[in-house]
Write a protein that binds this ligand. Structure first.
Ligand code: BTN
Length: 336
């Protein structure tokens, strides 16, 4: 399969160029003629692209005759801006940005079947069919959360792939702590919580042979600037903004920190093997140690206490009936 440079539905390079130009000149009125010249389109096309940006929620001020400007840089995860910040990084080369797509994991899986190299990052401002673990959906309101999927081609066996989910959780935890000072709780295997409410989650999907991973996609969803959530999840979900007294946070900054941290953690895994991941997760997650839990796994439901992780990253639970088991998959919830 060929390597892809553009994908249907990705943000048009000209609209991205227009946004970059306006962002680099905030509060400065730029004439339609200058924009047309700089991004290489007609003046009427500039008007058309400005309308498109407005439809997408970017507040472009000004009119056709006088020129256009932005009052502040919009917090949009534009490839041009990210590329500048991520120079030389594994995740700084190939961004696929969508204003709207069904699921960044879906797009990344499709990329995985082509010759797309490791390190591609798929980003969306909004997802219409964001997916979560265990067939759940992921609420993906426009421009408020981070919806990002990374494509990796590691030399791992399929049983080791879940360790990448944990590694991404650890990287997200460090990045969030560094940017906001908030201390995220890691709930095995893929949840990021604040005050017991869901702040984010990771969905790892892969294509593998019995003994070797062909590619893995790691989907990260983080609630950053949501002010409220739909009624069905309002009591369960939270955002960084809600947890910091209404203060909004730069999604771009957080994504840069997250990608940088994940790259360094991923390189360690490739260098040293996956041994350190379960150990570090166990250290950083209160949930993995001595929490009373209910486990729903396949046909079975039981209660017990968490007792650390196995080296492969499986959760060890001391059941109430005395048996010690490792949980491979399933839903584990804390019982208070
Ligand atoms: C979970 O907690 O169940 C995992 C949620 C993962 C959501 C992210 S958002 C970006 C990526 N694309 C998806 O469709 N899902 C993941």
């Amino acid at each position: 399969m060929p390597q892809l440079t553009t994908l249907p539905g990705t943000t048009d390079k000209r609209i991205a160029a227009l946004l970059t130009l306006l962002s680099e000149n905030t509060m400065i009125v730029i004439s339609g003629a200058r924009i047309a010249k700089e991004i290489g389109v007609s003046r009427s096309a500039v008007w058309h692209w400005v309308q498109r940006l407005r439809e997408l929620g970017v507040r472009v001020k000004g009119q056709q005759g006088n020129g256009y400007f932005l009052e502040k840089v919009p917090d949009i995860l534009l490839p041009d801006l990210l590329r500048k910040r991520m120079k030389g990084s594994l995740f700084g080369k190939r961004f696929y940005h969508f204003f709207k797509t069904d699921s960044t994991n879906h797009v990344a899986m499709e990329l995985g079947y082509t010759d797309e190299p490791e390190g591609a990052v798929v980003l969306a401002e909004e997802q219409t069919a964001g997916r979560g673990r265990l067939g759940r959906s992921w609420h993906s309101e426009r421009g408020t959360g981070i919806y990002a999927t990374l494509l990796l081609r590691p030399e791992l066996s399929p049983v080791q792939a879940p360790l990448l989910t944990m590694l991404a959780g650890l990287s997200a935890r460090s990045a969030i702590q560094a940017q906001t000072g908030l201390s995220v709780e890691l709930k095995w295997p893929n949840d990021l919580l604040l005050g017991g409410a869901k702040l984010g989650g990771i969905l790892t999907e892969m294509h593998a042979e019995p003994t070797a991973v062909r590619f893995v996609v790691i989907g990260l969803g983080i609630n950053v600037n949501q002010e409220k959530f739909p009624a069905e999840i309002a009591g369960l979900a939270t955002s960084l903004r809600k947890e910091s007294g209404g203060k909004s946070h730069s999604r771009l900054e957080l994504l840069v920190r997250l990608l940088t941290q994940f790259e360094s953690d991923y390189n360690r895994l490739l260098r040293e093997g996956a041994g350190f991941v379960a150990e570090r997760f166990q250290k950083e997650s209160d949930f993995a140690n001595g929490k009373r839990v209910k486990v729903e796994s396949g046909m079975e439901t039981y209660f017990g206490k968490t007792d650390g992780l196995s080296p492969e990253g499986l959760l060890i639970v001391k059941r109430d009936d005395g048996r010690v088991v490792t949980v491979i998959a399933g839903d584990v919830s804390e019982v208070r």
